[in-house]
Design a protein around this ligand. Sequence first.
Ligand SMILES: CC(C)(COP(=O)(O)OP(=O)(O)OC[C@H]1O[C@@H](n2cnc3c(N)ncnc32)[C@H](O)[C@@H]1OP(=O)(O)O)[C@@H](O)C(=O)NCCC(=O)NCCS
Length: 328
Amino acid sequence: MTIFAKITGTGSYLPKNRIDNFQLAEKLLSKGIETSDEWIYTRSGIKARHFSAPEEMTSDLAVEAALKAIEAAKVDVQDIDMIILATSTPDNLGGFPSTACIVQKKLGITNDCAAFDVQAVCSGFMYGLHLANALITSGANRRILLIGAETFSRILNFQDRTTCVLFGDGAGAVLLEASSSPGILSTAVHADGSQTDILCIPGYAKDGVIEGSGFLEMDGQAVFKLAVKVLEQVGQEALQKADLQASQIDWLIPHQANIRIMQSTAKKLGIAPDHVIVTVHDQGNTSAASVPLALDDGIRSGKIVRGQNLLLEGVGGGFAWGAACIRY
Ligand SMILES: CC(C)(COP(=O)(O)OP(=O)(O)OC[C@H]1O[C@@H](n2cnc3c(N)ncnc32)[C@H](O)[C@@H]1OP(=O)(O)O)[C@@H](O)C(=O)NCCC(=O)NCCS
């Protein structure tokens, strides 16, 4: 019998502190940096983002999202046999110990299940999905908790208006279980290491302190161009592998970085704008959390229903990107 990996529960969490563009512009002005709601919204589609409290770590956001996914899937936490957590903002420097292990402890899971982080920046959730699907369909695992969680506010340079207005914090989680019915239909992930410089944190640890900049840096226009190109390619690849036409996709759930990238990708793939889940206006770019946050939003708002075909896409630093077709 063919084994599929099926999403049996989703959950998400946004920090309470919601900052709209007007509030952010005011904060930046106090540092002598000028921006406006109009500039941010017309370039990115972002109206607001959520920033975690000083004591709120990535693992805390991840746990809140995971608890909702576990509740929706109606599973006992001790039956989870793996935790995969996608993040670029782990609780500890160097991601050591992994934030997944911290989440395992905070969830009270005592069954020694495997737990590790995936680092593929904004496509981390797609990489995690690719792995989880392979592990479940091979029979190696039966119940995987996959989380995308970020506290990007900690790595934003609030002196750099070209980046700090675009990102936010949040977490999204899915419970994936072995099932006789589909399921994840296809996954595809890729990377191009020749583009490491266009979106990165250049600093590194030396003698216990950060050498160079510990802030996110980005060449916005280079990222924009590459993102549009690879998202179309990988979307087509995932459709082909799943033997689906774009017209059979009920919902495109793209990485929520920028409304213009999302609209352009949907158009190139031949998916109508009203079949795209959009959360970027209220969340900004939450990196590895953005796809599972949008998925949970689509499900809980009643747009996405069982039996529909979904196309998920992620892209970001590395450069790394990926896509998946799912029968929900
Ligand atoms: C970042 C991005 C919104 C910038 O838009 P853009 O049209 O390329 O804008 P530019 O960088 O050319 O800047 C245009 C002007 O706006 C100014 N500007 C930049 N940020 C600004 C801000 N927050 N507020 C006001 N003005 C700003 C620039 O200084 C520049 O001014 P100048 O012409 O006087 O030099 C756009 O490149 C983008 O969306 N890139 C993709 C980013 C992304 O999605 N990254 C994550 C991928 S995972």
